[in-house]
Write a protein that binds this ligand. Structure first.
Ligand SMILES: [Zn+2]
Length: 85
C-alpha cells in the first residue's frame, strides 16, 4: 500500500491518527509490512502483504494476527507488540 494512502487511515475504534512503523517496502516504496499504532487507544494494526488489517475489536482475529507479529519480532528484531490495549 502507498504511504500517502496509509496516511489517510484512522483508528476504527476512536478515529484518531495512527503512527506507522515500516518493516518492509517493495521496490516502488509501497509499504508491504508494518504496524500502525493508534495515538489515543494504543491499538495496533498490522499491515500484511500490503494490506492494513483494521477491524473493530469484535471482528479482529488476534489468533491469526499474533503469529504474524511473532514472526516479525524474529525477522526485524522489534519490541514486543500488544495488539489490543
Ligand atoms: Zn484508537
Amino acid at each position: 500500500m502507498q504511504l500517502k494512502t496509509i496516511k489517510k487511515l484512522c483508528c476504527p475504534f476512536d478515529k484518531s491518527d495512527l503512527d506507522l512503523q515500516v518493516l518492509a517496502k517493495d521496490t516502488k516504496q509501497n509499504i508491504i509490512e508494518g504496524i500502525l499504532t493508534c495515538n489515543a487507544c494504543n491499538r495496533k494494526y498490522p499491515i500484511v502483504y500490503g494490506v492494513p488489517i483494521m477491524a473493530p475489536d469484535e471482528y479482529r482475529q488476534i489468533q491469526l494476527e499474533q503469529p504474524i507479529v511473532e514472526k516479525w519480532k524474529l525477522e526485524y528484531d522489534i519490541a514486543d507488540v500488544k495488539l489490543l490495549p
